[in-house]
Design a protein around this ligand. Structure first.
Ligand SMILES: [Zn+2]
Ligand SMILES: [Zn+2]
Length: 380
């Protein structure tokens, strides 16, 4: 459970060409994905996001990003940076140009029943990745010696991609689960009273309701052996950063989102409340896994902080099966599972018995092996 890579790999510095080569590769691959989204919007973009796009602005951003990516790639080569990474980036940028680049035509289309959320993946990776990679470089880190591209980042990036591409599946399954199974419990009189509540009250209500479901679901995943084999994948990283929270077995977001949507559906929140809730949890889920050391003082009793969730991922004996909530620690405080030493951070993260390392092995993990050995994966 080391927190750093071999000493031969050092933190990249400006002027070596390593940062430029990495950025060129990242921008190149994202550009190919963006051009594909513009070319095949029916199959590769999310219907809920489409109305909010300014396509001309997106084309401009894409053009600027592609020019910047090419510039960084050539600069990296001139500085003697890793040729293979700059080569991947420049080849990807060339491919993006062949596919039409920022000028790729888009046509009218009929919405097919199946689509991939490639646009959601590109946008979230571009903005979240850029912002948090920068914040982790600037602000004091929980693990100062941990590198930006720590061991296992490729696996977590793969999970980030799959979980974003599959957003359509998650949304369809969770919406059907709530609407089809709980339609009988809808009370229009009750919902009419929820809609007229002040916005801030509705926001607090949606957070508390969703987090209660989150608490029960999450605790069940820790205490029921068959479910732990699914959730163990999320606890398998032995280093925490903005990307590590993406490591989730495919079944976990499917189950959790379906169950969380039930109280949201029954309470009948309007669209603006749900929008605020989705933005809040999207940012918070990245913040709480990040490698940024922050002390929020008394606020730690009101919202789930990075330190709070790092203790949830701790392999230290004192923190096993603690801190289940995702948004506010209220339910952990009420049910006696709150653990947050004021001035300390965990010494180590992960599971005692390692889960399989690759994505296929991790996907099969819940269905293979003896359920009875699940405690070996925990630090008890
Ligand atoms: Zn957990
Ligand atoms: Zn987590």
């Amino acid at each position: 459970m080391s927190d750093s890579r071999p000493s031969s790999v050092s933190r990249p510095r400006i002027g070596e060409g390593r940062i430029g080569a990495f950025l060129c590769a990242a921008i190149g691959l994202l550009s190919v994905a963006a051009v594909l989204c513009l070319r095949f919007p029916a199959f590769l973009t999310t219907p809920e996001l489409r109305p909010h796009y300014d396509v001309e602005l997106l084309r401009l951003v894409l053009a600027i990003a592609m020019i910047a990516g090419a510039g960084l790639g050539f600069l990296s080569l001139a500085l003697g940076g890793p040729r293979w990474r700059a080569g991947i980036g420049l080849s990807a940028l060339f491919l993006a140009m062949l596919l039409g680049g920022p000028y790729v035509p888009t046509a009218d289309f009929q919405q097919p029943s199946v689509y991939l959320g490639l646009d959601w993946m590109v946008l979230d990776l571009f903005f979240t990745g850029a912002i948090f990679a920068l914040l982790e470089a600037i602000f004091p880190r929980v693990r100062p010696q941990q590198l930006p591209l720590r061991e296992g980042w490729q696996l977590d990036l793969g999970y980030f991609g799959i979980n974003h591409l599959a957003i359509g599946v998650f949304m369809v399954v969770s919406a059907h689960f709530a609407h089809d199974i709980f339609a009988w419990a809808v009370n229009p009189w009750f919902q009419a009273h929820v809609v007229v509540l002040p916005g801030i009250v509705r926001f607090v209500l949606v957070i508390l309701a969703a987090d209660l479901v989150e608490y029960v679901t999450h605790r069940s995943m820790h205490e029921i052996p068959a479910l732990w084999r699914i959730h163990a994948i999320h606890h398998s990283p032995d280093a925490m950063d903005w990307l590590s929270g993406s490591r989730l077995h495919f079944l976990e977001p499917l189950v959790t989102r379906s169950l969380v949507l039930v109280p949201i559906f029954l309470l009948g929140f309007p669209q603006d409340t749900i929008f605020a809730y989705v933005i809040f949890i999207s940012v918070q889920s990245v913040v709480i896994h990040s490698n940024i050391r922050m002390n929020l003082g008394a606020l730690r009793y009101a919202i789930v902080t990075t330190q709070f969730h790092h203790w949830h991922h701790a392999a230290d004996q004192e923190a096993v099966d603690k801190n289940y909530t995702a948004h506010t620690p209220l339910w952990d405080l009420l049910f006696g599972t709150w653990h947050l030493p004021a001035d300390r951070w965990p010494l180590k993260y992960g599971t005692i018995k390692p889960v399989p390392g690759g994505m296929v092995g991790q996907f099969l993990h819940p269905f293979t092996g003896a359920v009875a050995d699940f405690r070996e994966h925990r630090s008890k």
